[in-house]
Design a protein around this ligand. Structure first.
Ligand code: PBG
Length: 307
């Protein structure tokens, strides 16, 4: 009877699995603040994606960790940059059996750890950054990405990337826009996951956690600029924003259950303080109930196997 009357059902096809591929390692490295998640080699990445695909996960989201970082993040658009190599390898192995989404942001590639280039006085410079995102997105499309996902919160990034993709013959490559992305402490473990060099914060380009209205504005802009999907991030702490965006959006809406949400569940469960499996399903069901069409979660494979 409960199953018959349940208003919310998770499906395997809702889940997107964020993954990390690193240069300069010869075996997968577990991320200490995200137990069970790894920095992968190209070979271990293929195995892990095979496991995800076999479990019914339709889409993986790839982040790259280069050995060489510089002021502009030039490895981000290099054909032999680690992220592009990872994307190309997955397309070669899986073709269209699994959707490959690439993170389109410079923070893993810059030596200062910011999502863009910085001016002499240390501010992130919007317009030159967007030009680099264009190069990065085109290189990702060339490597075979089905979806690019600009996560840097620069103004005008969606229309600029759409134009660059179209001009280079990649009309069919979709854009998942990180539209309402907050300057959140919940990204803490991710910074370890990508060996981030960031000192300081991202408050000049990500949103203030105390604010709501700007999210609606950002989503409206991104849809007008050509986003195929929009995202609210983080997940559980921003369900009010997610619900409002789901109400007004004319394109699918994703939510990202981020590294800090994962780490909190794992840490509490390791102490025996919570029922891990029930908390995972309850969290994801809540995100779905609030209106998410897709959920990016480090639990994607584990949960897909259960569904
Ligand atoms: C930026 C990016 C971040 C995350 C995804 N893309 C970090 C940030 O904005 O500081 C965080 C994801 C997570 O915490 O799981 N490229």
């Amino acid at each position: 009877m409960r199953e018959l009357t349940a208003e919310t059902h998770l499906h395997r096809s809702d889940l997107i699995y964020p993954m990390f591929v690193a240069e300069g390692i010869d075996s997968p490295q577990e991320i200490s603040s995200m137990p069970g998640q790894y920095q992968h080699t190209l070979d271990s990445l293929v195995k892990a994606v095979e496991e995800a695909a076999n479990a019914g996960v339709l889409c993986v989201d790839l982040f790259g960790i280069p050995t060489h970082k510089d002021a502009t993040g030039s490895q981000a658009w290099a054909e032999d940059g680690i992220l592009n190599k990872g994307v190309a390898r997955l397309r070669q192995e899986f073709g269209d059996d699994v959707l490959v989404m690439a993170d389109t942001c410079l923070d893993e590639f810059t030596d200062h750890g910011h999502c863009g280039v910085v001016t002499e006085d240390g501010r992130v410079d919007n317009d030159p950054t967007v030009e680099l995102y264009q190069k990065m997105a085109v290189s990702q499309a060339r490597a075979g990405a089905h979806i690019v996902s600009p996560s840097g919160m620069m103004d005008g990034q969606i229309s600029a990337i759409r134009d660059a993709l179209d001009e280079n013959g990649f009309e069919d490559v979709a854009i998942m826009a990180y539209s309402a992305k907050y300057a959140s402490a919940f990204y803490g473990p991710f910074r370890e996951a990508v060996d981030s060099s960031l000192k300081g914060d991202r408050k000049t380009y990500q949103q203030d956690p105390r604010n709501f209205r700007e999210s609606i504005k950002e989503v409206e802009l991104d849809i007008a600029e050509g986003a195929d999907m929009v995202m609210v991030k983080p997940g559980l702490p921003y369900l009010d924003v997610l619900a409002a965006v789901a109400e007004m959006s004319t394109v699918p809406v994703a939510s990202y259950q981020v590294s800090g949400e994962y780490a909190m569940i794992e840490a509490a469960a390791a102490n025996g303080w919570i029922d891990r499996d029930r908390i995972i399903m309850e969290s994801l069901s809540s995100i779905k109930r609030a209106g998410a069409d897709q959920i990016l979660t480090y639990y994607a494979v584990e949960v897909a196997k259960k569904l």
